[in-house]
Ligand binder design. Sequence first.
Ligand code: GLU
Length: 526
Amino acid sequence: MNLVEKHDDVIRVRFAPSPTGHLHVGGARTALYNYLYARRQGGVFVLRIEDTDAARSTKESYEGIMRGLRWLGLEWDEGPDVSGDYGPYVQSARSVLYHSEIDRLLREGKAYRCFCTSEELDAMRVEQERKKLPPKYTGTCRCLTPEESEERLARGMPYVVRFRMPVEGDVRFTDVIRGDFSFANAELDDFVLIKSDGRPTYNYAVVVDDAHMRISHVIRGDDHISNTPRQVHLYGALGFKLPRFAHLPMILGSDKTRLSKRHGATSIDAYRDKYYLSEAMVNYLALLGWSYDGKRELFTVKALIEAFSLKKVSSNPAVFDPAKMEWINAEHFKMLPQSRKIELVYEVLEKEGLFPPSFEVDLSRPVDLKLVPGKEPLRVEAIGDAERTYAKEIPRLALIIDALGNRLKLLKDVPDLMGYFYRDDYVRDADAVLNHLMKKESSVRLAALADEYDRLQYFDRASVEEALRALADRLELQSGELIHPCRVALTGKTVSPDIFWVVVLLGKAKTIQRLRAAAALGAEKR
Ligand code: GLU
């Protein structure tokens, strides 16, 4: 097979996570840039699981990473669960290949077996530390003759396979983002290719796999720059053409240190659990190191695919800014069609235990109960799963979302902004209750308002507004003097959507009940 020719005609990129933890922000950004590059160039996006570290790799992590990528919409063309011509796509299933390539390197004298024991290696390290030298394998076994090596092998002595690093000269490569690099070979040691348990090391397996999977561009975090010179040597020794390298800038927290748990959530799952929109997450991740023109910040996935280029990836570290991400999320939420908003809000209400509602409201009678003018009447069937048990609640939910308007920016605010429409145990703002309800005069006013509402035949928005304003006139009050305590009585807050919509959407029975309960609160006060 000729690995060299294939490189130039097809763009093939890969995301190669080690399944040792969550899919985190940095990994997801790497996956996204690979995905965008592949889609933009009409190339192939490969997912390869690098599980050579058996002790740290777990099935949960492997599944979690795939779940996270799918949630972000970063579908791969070839991978562990998608067939392709270059599989298997999990390193633990590729050991035959690693061994056949190592045999080749051993035969050609480009690698050698090292029988040094861990005690000998420790002694070497201690000696180097004492002499203030950088830790490096001193090459004891480098000079073993093939016969000596075979003899030790026959005796069953444990060994690793090391790369025979040239002692002189240097190694160079060009990075698409970072430019030219040069490392002195003397600084690179005879690194291990195969460990004593027979497993390949990362540096070795990654080269064998990238070459055999015809990867044309290696796009990954810049923490791998220091590995690249060793890998470049391996490409040469194995006779493979070098791929292009593109090392992505580090992601920092607000204090300019490397992004970590100290800066808050770093796993993609955590953002999904906080109800971030996957399309907003993708948009924000794209901006962590890449910019279109320094101005435009809002992109759909489709627009990112059209706009993305490695040339515009910065070599400077990116700073993860949760506030910016929240803003992008809110902007994406605003852009959603109403039916999608309803579907998402429904799911949040369900997950937060607010659905099914603890009380139901009959909205069939009010005359002006229709969707906001200019909007299509809502069809329940348009909302995803029409079989939902509480599909009958959806028209009210649609109206609640409309009433909230731009107040609803983030799905994580749904319980706080909407809880009172579904449960009686919603959060009440203690100051609002104290200032607006714990007073004799509000008690009298709210009791009077409850009586007015009780008498209403039609509980539509116009009727409830008219009733309140007429009562205010009769009591010689400003409307606000009734509206404010009414709002706190019904919602527990001093801010809410249009109060008359709140009254209608809470329904007659619940409104009256809450007004009377609030009136009782203030009854004893002066
Ligand atoms: N498994 C490596 C990691 O998770 C991949 C590095 C690479 O892309 O070469 O860091």
